[in-house]
Design a binder for this molecule. Structure first.
Ligand code: B3K
Ligand code: ZN
Length: 849
């Protein structure tokens, strides 16, 4: 079943829509949807409408009923011949749908008794017949009939009466941005006045009783609205902005025009129930969805191949927002960590694809780290190459030129070319080519001059053998042997496969602080001594490069240990310096103290052509932690005490920095005190950040029974907190216990596996425990495969996304590969396997060795 879609097949839609009118009569089992769509022909072609799983009751053109035998017997496309249609006409349909039976959480469905929708990418076709493609945009008027007390849709409210509400969205939009919510909801409300004086009513809608947990989301929304005005000159454009929290949601949130729908985990937070990480994500995702109003909604994508046009840009904008709200240095390091852990991993395996792919089977499988995170990095590089002022100029031109349009990456690049006069032909490879370039550096030093010889190479990726050279912004500085910066931050532009740059007039040989700010999404290959790394860790002026130097030093030590050699002594020594300064910048010290994870160690070993051994990696990391703890116990203990919270919990950069350092110290100390401090902290902590951190240490130490029972007793009724409880057990357990533990947890009545948050909580707890998931006996693979097979018929989208856990399996030894292959083949053989999952498993299996 391969119906592959190709970018090259895109053709303009031959009709435009002047208005879409929808009328819903909501009923859990039999919702009626009446549509009236005013079409106007703009070029030759039949009227093609998409529909899926609809019970069609009536169709008409200008009031004349259509013969229902026109309907496709199977398949999802209704074609009305052009020669039977006038130039302008109204298409009408009445269909019936069953929201209660909709477990896919795509289209109109029920979550905890409330009606809600998810239409991106192609969910609207599950609601009614429509040109369900992003380049067909229209203003919508929506009438909702329901006994539910709160009835919401896009745009502005027109009228409201018991049992009926009418909404009008004057901004033309594609169907994927349509939304409807009906339920027993309560709002917390506020107001915002835009920079030109437009008053906007803001509401965050939650279930009754959850109102006290929605305040941070509201504050984040207000900050986002202000920031987009200040940073990008973008103003909100409706009278109301509604956010709704729902419990059953396939992803994080959705930017529907004027009616954002959120996974409740990204809305609800109190100090007692949410961690610092949760707060940061809430602020970031509220910002992200809000920023889509301009980058996504006002300017949308011509087709789904262009997804990174809106997602890469909106991620870039939300990253800028978070850096401005919190700590820019910490945010950049977090983003680099995420990029490496998710996107580099994706790019190194069978699922590698360019930010703008040119074919797909199921578009929902392409909401990936490459489209999102690498898409954002590519924009960061553009900005680095042209500078801040030209970036702003280009963005102003983009908004000006393309407002109200559905655009392509070519349109985007053209804006930058026109704003700056640069030729970006070569730059475009970042969008069209897959793979992570490897940047190798060798140095020559003679007579006060340093020559840097760079070489770039990108390995072939599925379907792309040739990899032309890319434009790489290489940002660097030079640090003298005494720690002084002898060359401040400088941007080099590499355009050739091999290129050299020379720096003259240097007194003594400096150390290159390379790729400052992580100036390009590449891997770096260079020889460095441990002393040089330690020098950068101590003296680099660029926080990212400083952190990276320490991280590389740790990684080298861990890899040596995983190979059975000595290693890590230099890192243990260097970390002493970090601990001495830790109180001055706790967040940075915490980042330096966090050793590379097992997954990253495995990735790095595999990239050097060696087969990684998950058990050896696990022991190596454990032993290095133990040695660090022993070497620095007094300093760690002093920091643990010094970082005791002062005053009430505030989820800001400073407070979370202190808590992260405290927990980093705790992780080491727990190896020496048998988690005594962790137990005391679990008992006394007043916030979830410390609570969850302490619980993780108790589980790792194997003394968790009491804490887990108390945690459960306290939070039994809070689904979001119980999700943490489900995750942390397989995640933090010793690898040989994790799967057995997850199996027990899966038997519990509250393992409500049809809820994506709960499913992911437990299953990702296993897949994120590297040594457990990759257990040599295949038990991790089998456990995950069994559950994916169970979920696929219920919710294909979430199942398919989670298949990516298997994308790294071919880098392990033959025994593990055989087990993984057998598990994947079992999934592939499941009768009735969804297109979503089938595509993922087929792509992964295609690379099996
Ligand atoms: N645009 C949505 C993601 C939709 C995913 C569809 N499978 C959320 C976001 O990126 O903001
Ligand atoms: Zn987005």
């Amino acid at each position: 079943m391969t119906d592959t879609q190709y970018l090259s097949d895109w053709r303009p839609y031959p009709y435009e829509i002047t208005e879409t009118r929808l009328e819903f009569r909501l009923d859990p089992r039999a919702t009626r949807v009446r549509s009236q769509i005013d079409f106007h022909r703009i070029s030759e072609g039949n009227l093609v409408l998409d529909g899926a799983g609809l019970k069609t009751l009536a169709l008409a053109i200008d009031g004349t009923p259509l013969d229902l035998s026109l309907l496709p017997e199977s398949g999802e496309t209704l074609v009305i011949p052009a020669d039977s249609l006038p130039e302008s006409f109204t298409f009408e349909a009445e269909v019936e749908i069953d929201p209660e039976a909709n477990t896919s959480l795509e289209g109109l469905y029920l979550s905890g008794g409330m009606f809600c929708t998810q239409c991106e990418a192609e969910g609207f076709r599950h609601i009614t017949w429509y040109p369900d493609r992003p380049d067909v945009m229209a203003p919508f008027t929506v009438t909702v009939h329901s006994e539910m007390p709160v009835l919401l849709s896009n745009g502005n409210p027109v009228s409201e009466a018991p049992g009926k509400a009418v909404w009008h969205d004057p901004w033309k939009k594609p169907a994927y941005l349509f939304a409807l919510v009906a339920g027993d909801l309560r709002a917390i409300s506020d107001k915002f006045t835009t920079m030109s004086g437009r008053p906007v009513d803001l509401n965050v809608w939650v279930r009754p009783g959850d109102e006290p947990r929605a305040g941070y989301a509201m504050e984040s929304l207000i900050r986002s609205m202000k920031w987009d005005e200040e940073a990008y000159g973008r103003e909100y454009d409706l009278d109301v902005f509604n956010i709704v929290a729902v419990d059953d949601f396939n992803m994080g949130a959705m930017e529907n025009k004027g009616l954002n729908i959120f996974n409740s985990k990204l809305v609800l937070a109190t100090a007692e129930t949410a961690t610092d990480g949760d707060y940061e994500r809430i602020e970031g995702v509220i910002g992200h969805e809000y920023f889509h109003n301009w980058t996504g909604n006002r300017i949308t994508c011509r087709d789904w191949f262009q997804l990174c046009l809106k997602e890469g840009l909106t991620v870039f904008r939300d990253q800028q927002f978070t850096s401005d709200m919190r700590s820019a240095a910490v945010k950049r390091i977090h983003d680099v960590q995420t990029l490496r852990a998710r996107q580099f991993r994706e790019d190194a395996g069978p699922l590698s694809h360019p930010p703008r792919p040119d074919h797909y089977q199921e578009i929902n499988n392409f909401y990936t780290a490459t489209v999102y995170e690498k898409g954002a990095e590519v924009i960061g590089m553009l900005k680095r190459l042209i500078g801040d002022a030209d970036y702003r100029k280009a963005l102003d031109l983009y908004f000006d030129r393309h407002d109200g349009q559905a655009c392509t990456i070519e349109d985007w690049i053209k804006v930058f070319e026109d704003a700056t006069g640069r030729d970006l032909t070569q730059f475009k490879h970042w969008y069209t080519d897959a793979g992570t370039p490897r940047l190798a550096l060798t140095e020559e030093w003679s007579g006060g001059s340093l020559t840097l010889n760079f070489r770039q190479a990108t390995k072939p990726t599925p379907g792309q053998a040739e990899k032309p050279a890319r434009v790489i912004p290489i940002v660097l500085g030079l640090i003298g042997p005494n720690g002084d910066e002898v060359l401040p931050t400088t941007v080099l532009e590499m355009t050739e496969a091999e290129q050299s740059f020379r720096f003259e007039g240097l007194g003594a040989r400096p150390v290159v602080s390379l790729l400052r700010g992580f100036s390009a999404p590449v891997t770096v290959a260079r020889e460095m001594t441990a002393d040089e790394q330690a020098l950068l860790l101590a003296h680099d002026t660029d926080p990212y490069a400083r952190w990276q130097a320490g991280h590389d030093l740790a990684l080298d030590g861990l890899i040596a240990r995983a190979k059975g050699q000595e290693g890590g002594a230099e890192f243990i020594r260097a970390i002493g310096g970090v601990l001495d300064d830790a109180e001055a910048d706790p967040a940075f010290a915490a980042l330096c103290l966090a050793l590379p994870g097992e997954e990253e160690i495995a990735t790095t070993i595999a990239a050097s052509g060696v087969v990684p051994d998950p058990d050896a990696i696990h022991s190596a990391r454990r032993s290095l932690m133990q040695d660090i703890a022993q070497a620095h116990e007094p300093a760690l203990a002093a920091l643990y005490d010094a970082m005791t919270p002062i005053g009430p919990y505030v989820p800001d950069a400073e407070g979370s920095g202190r808590r992260s350092l405290r927990l980093a110290a705790l992780a080491y100390l727990s190896r020496l005190d048998n988690a005594e401090r962790a137990e005391a902290l679990f008992d006394s902590a007043g916030n979830m950040t410390e609570r969850e951190g302490a619980l993780g240490q108790l589980i790792a130490a194997g003394r968790d029974a009491d804490a887990l029972a108390r945690f459960e007793a306290e939070f039994r009724d809070n689904r979001l907190v119980m999700d943490k409880w489900f995750t942390v057990q397989p995640l933090r357990s010793e690898s040989h216990l994790a799967v057995a533990r997850a199996k027990d947890l899966a038997k519990r009545p509250d393992f409500d596996w049809k809820n994506p948050n709960r499913f992911r909580a437990l299953i990702a707890g296993v897949t994120s425990n590297h040594a457990a998931f990759h257990a040599a006996d295949g038990s991790g693979y089998d456990f995950v495969a069994d559950w994916l097979m169970k979920l696929d018929p219920v919710n294909a989208q979430t199942t398919a996304r989670m298949c990516s856990a298997f994308e790294t399996v071919w880098r392990y030894d033959a025994t593990r590969r055989a087990k993984a292959k057998a598990a994947l083949e079992r999934i592939a053989a499941l009768p009735g396997l969804s297109r979503n999952t089938s595509e993922m498993v087929t792509r992964i299996l295609a690379a099996s060795t």
